[in-house]
Design a protein around this ligand. Structure first.
Ligand code: PMP
Length: 362
């Protein structure tokens, strides 16, 4: 049997074993074509089927209403930081950004290059340990949009409910929790996400955009950076990342086979709980970064309270085969990313290791 690592990488991160094995099987001969999906034209019938099926699977799984377009783009979520204001920030309008971590800061910085952007709320003073309460969020009815980061990969916080923004489009960077639970897509003007956490390999960016926004977008920007270009061409304006989209399609089939988003969410709840429980029952040996109400099910951030022991914890964990537990280089500490494809057993193994480590050292 294949030996798989205890993979807690923050992204790119674990993919379902079944998906990797299927891709391996089909790698040199896809559907009796005598070639891999990577080697064929993006205008070929076989590729077109893969492309359209991935789009329609995503629409069905996420229950995306008909008045939305789904786009497969490139450039990562980072290009969306730029494309959003380029397309939607115009003279006399401002955009409101809710600051919940480093990725919100990066998105905000790009918006200011194109127009007026202001902070709608910020939890920076609390070291980004929490998501603001909904009534702390300030925006104007006349705003171009309100931007949020639904899950903060570095700080390990996650929105549990979303603000009602009325006529103002709510735009969410869902890079690190897309497809991890059911979401009412109709609350959003745009949802975007790099694929490399819950959706597949890096290289594909998913954008879900309400159609009426497409009509309002700025027109004097480069063709490739207009959402309308991609919407008008079924995300085939230029060569898309074909292999990544194929992998995304296979991941979506896997999500369906797990029982869909309800089942995925339940699983994610249970996975995060085994690790948070160890933190909470450690009498302060481990300390979670996020406040209880804002804890992420995707990225579990914590410290070992004694700094020397923390180094030892990370070293011993690595030795024991746990990969990717170092916190982001900007904040240090520890982080376990338990995206959809990380099995429960992997989380249980980490929880057991944490208990054992504490017993040995306290
Ligand atoms: N937003 C969030 C929430 C992220 O976690 C990341 C990457 N870790 C990004 C944006 C940047 O994504 P990309 O590397 O795809 O540009």
């Amino acid at each position: 049997t294949t030996k798989r690592a205890y993979n807690f990488n923050a992204g790119p991160s674990a993919l379902p074993l079944e998906v990797l094995q299927k891709a391996q099987e089909e790698l040199v001969d896809y559907n009796n074509t005598g070639m891999s999906i990577m080697e064929m034209s993006h205008r070929s019938k076989d590729y077109e089927t893969v492309h359209n099926e991935a789009l329609s699977r995503l629409k069905t799984l996420y229950a995306i209403p008909d008045n939305y377009e789904v786009l497969f783009l490139q450039g990562g979520a980072s290009l969306q930081f730029t494309m959003v204001p380029m397309n939607f920030l115009s003279e006399g309008k401002k955009a409101s950004y809710v600051m919940t971590g480093s990725w919100s800061e990066k998105a905000f910085k790009e918006a200011k290059l194109f127009g007026q952007a202001v902070e709608a709320a910020s939890t920076k003073e609390n070291k980004y340990r929490n998501i603001p309460t909904l009534n702390e969020i300030q925006f104007d009815e006349n705003d171009a949009y309100v931007h949020i980061t639904s899950n903060n990969t570095i700080y390990g916080t996650q929105w549990k409910e979303f603000p009602e923004t009325g006529e103002v489009p709510l735009i969410a960077d869902m890079s690190s929790d897309i497809l991890s639970k059911e979401v009412d897509v109709s609350k959003f003007g745009i949802i975007y996400a790099g694929a490399q956490k819950n959706l597949g390999p890096s290289g594909v960016t998913v954008v879900i955009i309400r159609k009426d926004l497409l009509e309002k977008a700025n027109t004097t920007i480069p063709t490739i950076l207009k959402y309308t270009t991609h919407a008008d061409n079924n995300s085939l304006y230029n060569t898309p990342p074909t292999f990544g989209i194929y992998m995304l399609g296979e991941v979506l089939k896997w999500v369906e086979a797990q029982g869909g988003l309800k089942a995925i969410e339940k699983n994610n709840d249970e996975k995060a709980k085994v690790i948070y429980d160890v933190i909470d029952q450690s009498n302060g040996f481990y300390k979670g970064h996020a406040t209880l109400e804002s804890r992420s099910l995707m990225n579990i951030t914590f410290r070992v309270t004694d700094e020397e022991l923390e180094k030892q914890f990370l070293a011993e964990a690595k030795e024991a085969g746990f990969i990717g537990l170092n916190g982001h280089r900007s904040v240090g500490g520890c982080r376990a990313s338990a995206y959809n494809a990380v099995p429960f057993e992997t989380c249980q193994a980490l929880a057991d290791f944490m208990v054992e480590f504490q017993n040995k050292h306290s």
